[in-house]
Design a protein. Structure first.
Length: 198
């Protein structure tokens, strides 16, 4: 409490005492006034008026709110970056395993095709190569859908971008998962063909 506040309170109390007809103040009344002023002084910092105290308290609450919002924003941003990095890894992995399998299998078939006499074996091996090829195509489609989805979430597709982005997100996920499943089918078909051939 500042001196101006103390003087104003003392003047107000003296004025009310004069209006009541008192010309003297007892020590007990003065002691009670000092206790009231001391209690009021302890509830607010030294040298700070009540309005200033309220403003400082508001600034403190506002600062805490800003810090919490900034921390939450940074957390969401890091999660978004991690999600994007993971999706890139999933797309690259699907492309690598299906593309690598298709190239390796094509090279293998080029040298070993004449050794397989059974039509069933050739059909299974050709089917395995087809699965791998479609896995590569499905991965490319998933990557393209993911790009369009990101553009929609980024607001590049206009006001309906959010409505478009949600189904695109699931389509991209299903495309990449489908390419992994096609890789499994290709491997299964190749294993079956090698089992028949041996």
């Amino acid at each position: 409490m500042v001196a101006a506040d103390l003087i104003a309170i003392l003047r107000a109390q003296v004025g009310s005492a004069r209006q009541s007809g008192l010309s003297e103040v007892s020590l007990d009344s003065l002691s009670k006034l000092i206790d009231i002023l001391d209690k009021d002084n302890q509830s607010s910092p030294d040298g700070v008026e009540r309005s200033q105290e309220a403003l400082e308290r508001f600034k403190s609450v506002l600062g805490d709110w800003q810090n919490n919002n900034q921390r939450n924003h940074e957390t969401r941003l890091e999660m978004l970056r991690a999600t994007i990095a993971t999706s890139h890894l999933a797309i690259k992995s699907a492309l690598l395993i299906n593309g690598g399998a298709a190239v390796a299998f094509l090279a293998f078939l080029g040298t070993a095709w004449s050794r397989f006499s059974s039509t069933a074996v050739k059909m299974l091996l050709g089917g395995a190569l087809e699965y791998f090829t479609w896995g590569v195509v499905l991965t490319g489609i998933g990557a393209a859908i993911a790009y369009i989805c990101q553009a929609a979430f980024g607001g590049e597709l206009g006001r309906h971008g959010d409505k478009i982005a949600e189904p695109l997100r699931y389509s991209a996920i299903l495309s990449v998962l489908g390419s992994y499943f096609l890789f499994y089918l290709g491997c299964s078909s190749a294993i079956t063909a090698f089992g028949i051939a041996s």
